[in-house]
Every structure is written in C-alpha cells, then in structure tokens.
Design a protein around this ligand. Sequence first.
Ligand code: FO1
Length: 326
Amino acid sequence: MTASGTSSSSTITVICGGVGAARFLRSLIRVVDPALVTAIINVADDMVLHGLSISPDIDTVTYTLADAIDPERGWGLREETWRAMEAIRRYGDGDWFSLGDQDLATHLHRSGRLADGATLTEVTREIANSWDIGVTLLPVSNDSISTHVTRADSGEEISFQEYFVGERHGVPISSVRFDGIENASITEEADRAIRTADTVIVAPSNPIVSIGPVLAVPGVQNALAASSAPCVAISPIIGGQALKGPAANMLAELGHSPTAVGVAELWSDLIDVLLVDDDDASLSLDVAATGVTPYVTDTIMATPERGARLAASTLSAAQLRIGSSS
Ligand code: FO1
C-alpha cells in the first residue's frame, strides 16, 4: 500500500476534458506510476478546420503530459510560431482559431491517418507514444460528436469553438446540444478501462461541456454502473468561480447552482466523493445533502507540490467510499 492507501498496482481511470484534466493528470503521475493511469478524453470540442481534424482536449492532455504545452495559454505548444496562420490570411481563410506551426504537424498527422482509415483511438495512441506519454490516452469515442450552444440573446445555435474562441465565451447561453451523440458509442478500450479500474476519478473539468459529453456517450453510464470502483470527483468550481473558462457561467445560465453543491447535484448518481476546496468548506453540509461525501482540501494546483498533494488527497478520498461500504 502507498501513503495514500492505494495499492501500488491499483489502476486509475480519469474522466477528462482539457486544461483542468491535463493539470490534474500531470499531478497524479507525480504520486502514481503513469502506467497505471488511463485518461478517457472528451471529443466533443473536436472540429474540422482547413480540412484538418483538430482534437483540442486530446492535444492539451498530450502536450501537458509531454511538458510541451504553452504554460500561459494552456493550449498549443510552447515556443510556437504562427507563420502558417499569417500566410493563410492571403486566401481570406478564417484565422479566428489559431493553429501554431508545430501544432499543425499534429493535425496533419491525425488527419492523414484518419483519412487512411485509422481510428481516433489508434491515432491518439500513436501521437501519445511519439511524445513518450506514459499515461494511456483514450478518446471516449471514435465517432464524431460536436458540442453546440444556443445563444440566449439571439437564439442562434453556434459551435462550441465559435462560442469559446470566437465569442471568448462572453455571450450567455440557453442550451447545449451534443450533435451526433445518439449515433456515437463508447470505444471498447474506454469501456474496459472504466469497468476494470480500481478507482474512477472525474477530473476538475467543465461539468457541462467537458465532462457532460463524455458521460452522455452511449455506453459510458453502463460502464460506470458496472464498475464497483469508488468514483471521486474534484469540483472545478471554487468560491462560485471556475479557475479558468466559462464553467460557472454555464452552470448558472443552464439553471444549476454555480457552486460545488451544483456540481454534486449534477453527479450525485455517479460519484461517491467530491473534493471541495478549503474556501468552500461551509458548503460541506449541502454537498452531503445530495448524497455525495464532501472531502475538503486544497484543490488549487498552483505548484507541482500542491498538485501532488491534491492527487494524493483524491486517492485518499477514494478510500473513504471503500471504508464506508465495507
Ligand atoms: N483557444 C483559444 O482561445 N484560441 C485559439 O485560437 C485556440 C486554438 C487552438 C488550437 C488547437 C488546440 O488544440 C486548442 C486551441 N485552443 C484555442 C484551445 C481550445 O479551443 C479550448 O481550450 C478547448 O477546446 C476548451 O477545452
């Protein structure tokens, strides 16, 4: 057994979006062997632009674990150049979504392999291996799913990236739809990783547009229901705010409480324990009232040491469920 109470060979499956999940995974592999960790990653942010297949959450996780991510932006590669984007303006093509010169190589490789008939799972494995990522990275589905949101002001439906990047997530929304989800299915690899994990963790990612589409993929709920592993989540909302991105606004706009309590309410059928930041300790009783066990700790991964402590706390929190059910 390790200091956190988990066996040194326990497998961990983490349900992931982009930046928050990537930072959590980076912290997790400071305290456990990366070979024991599988990340099931959202694909509903994916899009085709300039004919290229772009998978932002998969790439954010890959580049972060490779220590190649641009630390300020939280997406794309560090020491990036943008000459291709400057050149493409010549043709009047949109440059609202920036693809760095080195990052383009990833999209070119992925697009070529998909066109050759490879699955997104296969290409993701190839890219992760090339970057020497010890964690197993799995898209939740090989099928095309794309998040769309309805603008509350005009009623117009726009793609997630138009909302997130084009509008800088500054417009209120009234609904979210995952286009293609009905015909999508969980991959065999993701299904197995959820069913056989010793611990399932829901990363501190946007509950609506990052974790939401993963949980909505047909087969994911069945896999989670079939798992006897403890399921622990980390609240991405602290003091009514997300550390990065529109999660708090989206929760409020869609009628949920933009707090750790709102997150517990959303996932009360799924998770056993919710890690709640020290700042939100006063919400513990309300979290407990949803049927989810609150675990109050420092959830801000501002330094590698704090991240590692959060990862260790998450594994300790999983033992709470095991302890209470045995
Ligand atoms: N985010 C931006 O805010 N602006 C961009 O131009 C942008 C380009 C981009 C290119 C590749 C990639 O993998 C991610 C990119 N992101 C960009 C981030 C991304 O759109 C979002 O962070 C996620 O989809 C939300 O999780």
